[in-house]
Design a protein around this ligand. Structure first.
Ligand code: FAD
Length: 309
């Protein structure tokens, strides 16, 4: 089986989520990659070094500069003539492109897979991760998105794939790129951080959130996350949100401060290796998933902890 993996990149470097997708694809068959972008030869060369990659299809054209799904999907559909499976990371862009590919191929998509149980059998979360469904596709070809936290990252080097330039398509004329406002983070990125400190509604307001959570995160070299309640109340921007409708994370250590542990929050962090919860309510549901729980007032406990680090 030939599998085609869409490479997420910014025209200069491969994004890490691609590496988990490559690991998943390698369990399905021979791994080919698609690098579609503009001035992205360097990305294709780097992608060819990813362990286990046999071939890199390079589509270099201004129409792919911003990964507009409407332009990239037809390119993938052409390549699916000689591939059996299309694999994309479950990132915003991957989730934008893959369903279009599935629709154009008139097959179903298997979304957000957690494991591969057979040639066309997968597990995936359902009910916000409270149940794991085993699903089997009956289609001749597969379109799959991969939950990054469920698959180890393929080594970024050690491979020796061949790079092959392919014909590019035109602009589908269905969408245009207007602009991007990318937040500049002073701390590690949430989805790749080894340690995350997250704050909840209990933090009261934005300045208090900063005063209590940021110093602890900085002492630990951690990324900062938040519950949806904290985001909705405007304490921090919404790209901090962890959960079902936020980011899915699985760091080595996740510290939940003043977060109750609603299922929608747990859906985004319960695969973390060690969960530490700080909450004044000993019955808070977060303690059911926590490896270490501290019952206390966060306004006393967190500054004390930060001071001792
Ligand atoms: P609360 O539930 O209000 O909890 C605050 C906690 O702080 C309590 O446990 C309290 O005991 C504790 N506390 C208060 N004061 C102190 C103190 N001084 N010291 C220590 N502890 C204190 N939520 C997400 O987080 N992410 C999502 O992606 C998400 N998606 C959703 C999608 C849908 C469709 C829906 C319906 C909801 C979603 N939610 C999501 C919201 C979710 O249901 C909860 O409302 C939210 O997670 C609650 O946030 P919280 O734990 O910060 O606030």
């Amino acid at each position: 089986m030939n599998t085609l993996v869409w490479v997420e990149h910014d025209n200069s470097a491969v994004k890490e989520a691609t590496l988990s997708a490559v690991t998943a694809a390698s369990q399905l068959g021979e791994v080919h990659l698609l690098v579609a972008g503009s001035g992205c030869d360097g990305v294709a060369q780097a992608a060819a070094q990813i362990a286990g990659v046999e071939k890199v299809h390079l589509a270099d054209s201004p129409v792919y500069a911003n990964a507009l799904a409407e332009n990239v999907a037809p390119l993938i559909v052409d390549l699916m003539g000689h591939h059996d499976a299309f694999v994309a990371p479950s990132t915003s862009n991957g989730k934008n492109i893959a369903p279009r590919v599935a629709a154009l191929l008139d097959i179903m998509q298997v979304s957000d897979i957690l494991s591969i149980e057979g040639p066309k059998t997968f597990t995936r979360p359902t009910y916000a991760g409270n149940a794991i469904a085993t699903v089997e596709s009956g289609d001749a070809k597969l379109v799959v998105t991969v939950r990054g936290t469920a698959f180890a990252k393929a080594a970024a080097s050690g491979g020796s794939g061949m790079v092959e330039a392919i014909p590019t398509g035109g602009d589908a004329g269905l969408s245009s790129f207007v602009g991007a406002e990318i937040a500049k983070l002073e701390r590690p990125d949430l989805t790749s951080a080894k340690v995350i400190v997250s704050g909840g509604r209990a933090l009261k307001d934005g300045p208090t959130f900063e005063q209590v959570i940021f110093p602890l995160a900085d002492k630990l070299g951690a990324a900062v996350g938040a519950s949806r309640a904290a985001v909705d109340a405007g304490y921090v921007p919404n790209d901090y949100q962890v959960g079902q409708t936020g980011k899915i994370v699985a760091p080595e250590v996740y510290i939940a401060v003043g977060i109750s542990g609603a299922i929608q929050h747990l859906a985004g962090m319960k695969d973390s290796k060690t969960i530490i919860a700080i909450n004044k309510d000993e019955d808070a549901p977060i303690f059911q998933v926590a490896d270490i729980g501290l019952v206390g007032d966060l306004f006393n406990v967190v500054p004390e902890l930060t001071g001792k680090l």
